[in-house]
Design a protein around this ligand. Structure first.
Ligand code: 5GP
Length: 259
């Protein structure tokens, strides 16, 4: 077997060259970071769950006409995606006050917002992903006005769809982060949804108990991270009833047994 070429290693994923030109393999790690990587840890089994949850959400989003980079899941931890040029902007969609919004304006977490808020952050770890406006995006040329129009439009459609999907399984979609990329076709490019959508980049609260079912369990030392991610997968119908083994990571299992 030939060794695959690693393109990039991020905080939660590794990207490898794909089998065909224009494709990439996304490998989902168990590593977890928070507060701009000042807090580090591992959530055993997280990568497997995020791979499956993200596959599910991207597949559903494609059915409502959102173009995405997702091609297919390859195995427990890997998925094949289209190679894109990532737009250096994190798009945060908020339905309910939480996290940095609560902090910035001294608002109480859990208050429903009168309208959905879209925020943009510049993707730069060294700067701690600063909050930016359309003015910065235009002035520094991070994306064109047409691209930002497509991005905002898609972000709102993704939010409408996902808020309904999660509400149907008793989960409140508080906020989440999206990333977009440019897919090139000759001299032209179009914007498609990229990266992942998983409890790592969403706030998901149980509607009845307000229990957090996302990475805030890790950020705030609440414990039970894997159980929370598993619960999200279960409610989305991704774990067969009474079969927890479906989320077992066989690849890791074999490695630890040295086979
Ligand atoms: P906040 O700005 O309140 O910290 O985050 C808003 C939402 O975006 C949360 O759901 C959070 O998980 C997500 N988010 C913001 N920045 C990042 C990031 O750098 N990585 C990940 N995985 N999620 C992020």
């Amino acid at each position: 077997m030939t060794r695959r070429r690693q393109i990039y290693e991020g905080k939660a994923k590794i990207l490898y060259e794909g089998p065909e030109p224009g494709t990439i393999i996304q490998y989902f790690k168990d590593d977890a970071t928070a507060f701009n990587a000042q807090k580090k840890g591992t959530i055993s089994g997280k990568g497997v769950l995020n791979n499956r949850i993200s596959e599910h959400l991207f597949t559903l989003l494609a059915t409502i006409g959102i173009p995405t980079h997702f091609i297919r899941r390859l195995n427990m931890r890997e998925q094949l995606v289209r190679q894109v040029e990532i737009v250096p902007i994190e798009v945060v969609v908020r339905n309910v006050v939480a996290g940095s919004l609560a902090k910035r304006f001294g608002l109480e977490e859990g208050t429903a917002l009168p309208r959905t808020i879209l925020e943009y952050y510049y993707k730069d770890d060294a700067l701690g992903d600063p909050l930016i406006t359309d003015e910065h995006i235009a002035a520094f040329g991070w994306a064109s006005q047409e691209e930002m129009h497509d991005i905002a439009d898609m972000a709102i459609r993704v939010n409408d769809f996902m808020a309904g999907l999660f509400a149907g399984v008793g989960i409140r979609l508080v906020d989440f982060k999206l990333e977009f990329g440019r897919l090139f076709d000759g001299d032209f490019s179009r914007i498609i949804l990229a990266d992942e959508i998983s409890p790592d980049g969403c706030r998901l609260w149980d509607m009845k108990t307000n229990e957090k079912l996302d990475k805030d369990r890790f950020r705030r030392d609440l414990g039970g991270e894997v159980e929370a991610y598993q619960e999200v997968a279960r409610r989305l119908g991704l774990v067969p009833e009474g079969d927890d083994s479906a989320v077992l990571d066989l690849e890791e299992h074999r490695k630890t047994r040295g086979k």
